[in-house]
Write a protein that binds this ligand. Sequence first.
Ligand SMILES: CC(C)(COP(=O)(O)OP(=O)(O)OC[C@H]1O[C@@H](n2cnc3c(N)ncnc32)[C@H](O)[C@@H]1OP(=O)(O)O)[C@@H](O)C(=O)NCCC(=O)NCCS
Length: 269
Amino acid sequence: MLILSCSSKLRLLEGMLRQGLPDTLPVTWDPSDFGTNLYTAFYRDEGACRALLGNSRAVDWSQAFQIQGLQDGVYETIRDIARARGLEMEMYPYLPLLHPDPPAMPQYRHDEGLRLAPVSPAHAMLLSNTWMFGWNSWSLRYLCLLIRHFPNACLLGPEGPPISWSLSDPLAALMHGYTLPEHRGQRHIAPVVGMLAAQLHARGFPVYTRVLPHNKPSLQHLQHLGFRILPGAFHQLVVRPGFAQSQPAHALDSGQAPAPSSGERPCAQ
Ligand SMILES: CC(C)(COP(=O)(O)OP(=O)(O)OC[C@H]1O[C@@H](n2cnc3c(N)ncnc32)[C@H](O)[C@@H]1OP(=O)(O)O)[C@@H](O)C(=O)NCCC(=O)NCCS
């Protein structure tokens, strides 16, 4: 066996594997990565959805994965199948928020001395250590992927590192919006979301996000920007059979990350 560490050889290998898709797909597949093992659910017939999700050729229940869906019944469907298989499921019932008219979003200027910029992979550790699913090697790798491949924005402080940021995820939803605790309450997140929303809108995506119902600061700032809360719940359902993360179980049960050193509340997106 040859272990490659040289970046140009790894890129060459990646190109060869890509040319061989779909046969080469298992090479890039990580059964413990519930971030990239992502399913979404939309159905007109709940029974058909139940039958499809129960079919192990459609969903591989031996791997860690997540399903996201907005419709009534999606939670109950996954819960019942997971229970029948003896699997635990984490459930995050977010409020869905949509901006009805992104070009009309109020423009907030950032303070002098600060600079709007894309997030850099060099910031991934800071982002991982402030994220509700963070503080582990998986989250670091996943956030690096998001930073590299999907639109994002941040506000850089005078010293360089970001003081406020927001990413977008594989479903083009805003995620991990965050302002460092010492900079909160000064509307720093507003120009960040404005910049990211403009990028998503220019690419033809809706500008939307999901927020846990108790997260008042986040709901406040999004509503200031004109986001509207949609009816229903945006369920994120996570199944991880036998793939424990390195963070304490209580953090995952409650949807909270272990308290960072400042004692702040972590990002809840
Ligand atoms: C949500 C968050 C990104 C807002 O960033 P921000 O730059 O402080 O945004 P704003 O200045 O517009 O403040 C938004 C709301 O935060 C609250 N707030 C104000 N000052 C605050 C402070 N010093 N500390 C904490 N919250 C404060 C207020 O409710 C404010 O709304 P209001 O101005 O109508 O009263 C930030 O609070 C944060 O990082 N929270 C933790 C991570 C998180 O929950 N992210 C969102 C996931 S959905």
